[in-house]
Design a protein around this ligand. Structure first.
Ligand code: UDP
Length: 245
């Protein structure tokens, strides 16, 4: 059973449980995909039924971002905790390195996926990166074919939302991969092109603030985030009024 947070159903898993579920999907027959919605996704999905469907169709829906956790608390349906996409990816990669699984990295500007591959291979000895491709292509078919040829078990799809979720749902089954994970700007972080917030910010759930300090142009996008909390409060109070009638 998923926990509904403003129309998006989340799997209430800890990071450890999510990594185990990801590993199981990477071994299971057929194609699966995982998504890591943050508050921006929730707002976008409320306006775009196709995006909402692409999120609901995922096999794993992980709460990326403290805003989702707060909204869940306000709604009275707390989740077990935050599962940042990048932490999930690292756990999965560690497992893959120990199990001979093949990883394909898709997305970001030309050259970034190759840098990310080199850094990941250095950090996780034994990891097989079977292919890379940048995220600025026109035709899907050659990219799907490249993944097929690489015999990837897992693909990190880093095209930004909602593009990556649509891409996985549409092209995943033909790729031969077992698991695709939509991971936004993670390849930039793995490549060292973008810094991740220091541990102190991470612990306090303030990664968004660090990112805002580094990239002030995000203020327009981020200013919308408190809306999620306001909607959650509205739903909660509306629900309460309903119950007491
Ligand atoms: N990106 C891409 N193809 C596109 C648009 C974006 O590969 O057509 C990449 C972009 O280079 C960046 C990532 O997708 O690496 C999205 O980053 P962003 O920080 O916007 O995503 P978020 O983590 O906020 O979802």
């Amino acid at each position: 059973m998923r926990t509904d947070i403003l129309g998006v159903g989340f799997d209430g898993l800890t990071l450890e449980e999510a990594a185990q579920a990801g590993a199981a999907l990477a071994e299971a027959e057929g194609f699966h995909y995982a998504v890591t919605p943050n508050p921006e996704f929730i707002l976008a999905a409320r306006k775009d039924p196709a995006f909402s469907k692409a999120l609901a169709g995922a096999d794993l829906v992980l709460a990326d971002g403290v805003g989702v956790i707060y909204a869940a608390r306000i709604l009275g349906r707390p989740l077990k905790g935050r599962v940042p996409g990048i932490d999930f990816a690292q756990r999965l990669v560690a497992w893959m390195a120990g199990h001979g699984k093949r990883l394909f990295l898709l997305g970001a500007k030309p050259g970034v996926a190759e840098l990310a591959a080199a850094n990941l291979k250095a950090a996780y000895p034994g990891l097989i990166v079977c292919g890379t491709h940048d995220g600025y292509f026109q035709e899907d078919a050659p990219v799907v074919e490249a993944i097929r040829q690489s015999a990837a078990d897992v693909v990190f799809v880093c095209l930004g939302a909602p593009k990556q979720e649509f891409w996985m749902a549409k092209n995943g089954p033909a790729s031969g991969a077992r698991l695709m994970v939509g991971l936004g700007g993670s390849l930039d972080v793995f490549a060292g092109v973008v810094d991740r917030a220091p541990k102190g910010f991470q612990k306090l759930g303030l990664e968004w603030l660090y990112r805002l300090m580094k990239e002030p142009r995000r203020i327009g996008r981020m200013a919308k985030l408190p809306l999620v909390l306001i909607y959650a409060l509205g739903d909660r109070l509306g629900g309460k009024r309903h119950e007491s009638r």
